[in-house]
Unconditional design. Structure first.
Length: 561
């Protein structure tokens, strides 16, 4: 792997070598990459109930935080890079701080940007809120109330991005369908405007229709699943089932349908879509013979369906270990599915996180696996996500005690033959006219032996054991009396603007422009809409970092006044 970096006429190529071996559980064709690693960064208070959304470039992680807004629970988030490591700082999502902000969700939008959704307000009277980021990571809305019906409470939001760049939000609303809880939905544009009206999802309204989950299919339709309480059957058994319904962006595609086949009580549905156009629904199911001496209680079940909602086979238990409770499953879909859940007592110390890979046809791949490396204390609230293809990550909340209490941890999984993904591009800053500092994000959770850094395609790279390196002995000029290059080297194929404190030297490249905003300050208007200001004082170099993989500088001691 390599990343390109321009430094005057010098080209830096760098790579990652010497990573620790894959860790395997059972005979899975998916293997754990490294060990668990800290994602939340050692924050005060409790970080719980995480959710993540990823693509090949990274994504966002969001969670409940009991410190961030100073009033009960608030919502915090952090950017993840393409290797599923945390990058930049933790930031607060919710603007309103009064009451409890809970149950956060996040989705990357298909045309750039992201959206966070949560339930917020006073307990018993909460509503559903959303807040949108643009593609550059800047908030473009305040807290937007998603639900139109505002009586009683609206809770348990779920979210899925649609192919046109909009997003679907579904939730449980008490009393709105004429009974108890009902499931309702609303489409929002990428800038937070409501599209059409709030709509009911469930058809049956007896008792509670609650705890929805949603996933977008490859054909552009989406599946919504939920818990349905339909009363007692002829034998007097109270039915609590998992029900689903398919929608297109313009409306329902048919009637709701039952997914589980047994009569046991079901809870906590989750759904994920696969690359083959189908989807997998997982849920927790109570054993039908629970007594005071029973050793089995809740188990995790799943069923695979095609894009039309037709079952590919029967529902089946996912967990192999059945002692005690296995509950609260979550699903991520890529080329295959990953189902994770919390298991009580299985890892030797209270709750642990376990998982199982499942094929698109609904058959297990390999065996059940322990996800968390550290087993002391509680490991709860696991959620998986895929970064595309055969790359997955599981995030959960683990208790570590002291001030930090609960922190968020991650574990990567990849197909056995998958190469490492290139680290994010390096950051470069000038230390002097002849020295550059080069740094790049670390690879948390991977036992890196060393990096190799090369200059000018050198065949003798420098071995670096950490993620920072200083280049020395660079030429201060171009060797032909030019104060700096007018364009990046041809092989880079990127756009950039160079500038000095001399107006005659600043040049414009395709897609960008330099705009003078002071005698020694230039504003670079990026083609992506970003604006970057840089200060260039005579005979010195200041920070040159941009959002691209190419950088440039000028030896200002040769600049004309």
């Amino acid at each position: 792997m390599s990343s390109l970096l321009s430094a005057g006429q010098r080209l830096v190529i760098w790579g990652l070598l010497g990573v620790s071996p894959w860790l395997a559980f059972g005979q899975n064709s998916y293997l754990a990459s490294g060990t668990q690693y800290l994602l939340s960064g050692g924050l005060p208070g409790d970080q719980t109930r995480p959710q993540i959304s990823l693509n090949g470039s990274g994504g966002y992680m969001v969670w409940e935080d009991n410190v961030t807004d100073g009033d009960g629970f608030g919502i915090s988030a952090r950017r993840l890079d393409r290797n599923f490591s945390g990058t930049l700082g933790v930031f607060r999502v919710n603007e309103q701080g009064a009451g409890e902000q809970e149950n956060p969700q996040v989705a990357l939008l298909n045309k750039g940007g992201a959206v966070f959704v949560w339930q917020g307000g006073q307990l018993g009277a909460q509503h559903i809120y959303a807040r949108f980021l643009d593609a550059s990571g800047i908030f473009i809305t305040s807290d937007v109330m998603v639900n139109t019906y505002t009586q009683r409470q609206q809770v348990d939001p779920a979210i899925t991005p649609l192919q046109d760049g909009s997003v679907l939000v579904v939730w449980s609303s008490f009393g709105q369908d004429g009974s108890m809880d009902g499931v309702f939905g609303q489409r929002l544009s990428s800038t937070g405007e409501k599209m059409d009206s709030e709509f009911p999802v469930n058809q049956s309204t007896l008792y509670n229709q609650r705890n929805p989950a949603a996933a977008t299919l490859t054909n552009g339709n989406f599946a919504v699943v939920w818990v349905s309480e339909s009363g007692s059957d002829a034998a007097g058994t109270f039915n609590v089932d998992i029900v689903g319904r398919l929608f297109s962006p313009t409306g329902a595609l048919g009637n709701e349908f039952r997914i589980n086949t047994g009569t046991n009580i079901c809870a906590n549905p989750a759904v994920g879509a696969s690359a083959d156009g189908g989807f997998l629904v997982a849920w927790a199911q109570l054993d039908s013979k629970v007594t005071e001496t029973t050793t089995n209680s809740w188990d995790v079940f799943a069923r695979a369906l095609d894009g039309g909602g037709r079952a590919k086979g029967p529902d089946q238990r996912v967990n192999t270990f059945t002692y005690g409770d296995q509950y609260a499953p979550k699903v991520a879909g890529g080329s295959d599915y990953l189902v994770v859940w919390t298991s009580l007592g299985q890892d030797g110390s209270r709750e642990g996180v376990f998982g199982q890979f499942i094929s698109g046809e609904g058959t297990p791949i390999g065996g059940e696996m322990l996800v968390n490396t550290a087993t002391a204390n509680r490991q709860i609230d696991p959620v998986p996500a895929t970064g595309g293809g055969n790359r997955f990550v599981v995030v959960w909340s683990g208790f570590i005690g002291a001030v930090a209490s609960y922190e968020l941890f991650g574990q990567r999984y990849e197909a056995a033959a998958s190469p490492l993904v290139a680290p994010a591009p390096p950051y470069v800053s000038a230390l002097s006219q002849t020295r550059l500092s080069v740094a790049w994000p670390g690879l948390d959770g991977l036992n890196v032996d060393h990096f190799e850094v090369s200059l000018d395609n050198s065949t003798a790279p420098v071995s670096v054991t950490n993620n920072i390196w200083t280049a020395t002995g660079l030429n201060s000029g171009m060797g032909d009396d030019r104060p700096g290059p007018s364009r990046p080297p041809a092989p880079l194929g990127v756009k950039m603007t160079i500038w000095t404190d001399c107006p005659t030297i600043g040049r414009r490249c395709t897609g960008e422009a330099t705009l003078p905003i002071g005698p020694r300050l230039r504003r670079t208007a990026m083609a992506t809409g970003r604006a970057i200001c840089r200060n260039s004082w005579r005979a010195q170099i200041r920070t040159i970092q941009t959002a691209c993989c190419a950088r440039n500088w000028s030896p200002l001691h040769k600049a004309r006044a």
